[in-house]
Design a protein around this ligand. Structure first.
Ligand code: DQA
Length: 140
């Protein structure tokens, strides 16, 4: 089982960035634990701050993996191109957010990705990614 996790812009700053909203743990640290707890899953991880690179990652790995977990960060709210890239691969996908975007600014309430993914998980900090993984494993 191969699952691709994609993090978008500024998520490389997790642990340092607005810890009151996003927590004080780095994604790399969390990923070590996730991989340890899901040894049966081959977790491929990529992060990029640029929209085109995220699209390249989806195109490169999206066809060979069994599922995609994506937190596109602010591109969630702006990117038709990332939504189109997700549409072009057949693997099921889950949109993830650390924060509950609906309790935040109204410009975070719209997602271009939500209509093209199987489901959305947000508001549980880093645990949102584990919940997304569980959800994918249940449907695969
Ligand atoms: C985020 C929410 C987005 O609105 C924001 O731009 C992010 C992180 C989240 O995980 O809560 O960068 O996707």
């Amino acid at each position: 089982m191969k699952i691709l996790i994609i993090n978008g812009p500024n998520l490389n700053m997790l642990g340092l960035r607005e810890p009151g909203i996003y927590g004080s743990r780095s994604f790399d640290d969390f990923l070590v634990e996730l991989r340890k707890n899901y040894k049966q899953v081959d977790i491929i991880y990529h992060q990029s701050n640029s929209e085109g690179a995220i699209i390249d990652i989806i195109q490169q790995f999206g066809l060979e993996c069994d599922g995609i977990i994506i937190n596109a960060g602010a591109y969630t709210h702006t990117s038709v191109a990332i939504a189109d890239a997700l549409r072009s691969v057949s693997s099921p996908a889950v949109e993830v957010h650390l924060s509950n975007v609906f309790t935040r600014e109204s410009y975070r309430h719209h997602s271009f990705l939500s209509p093209v993914v199987n489901g959305i998980i947000g508001g549980f900090g880093l645990d949102s990614y584990r919940l997304a993984l569980e959800a994918l494993l249940n449907i695969l």
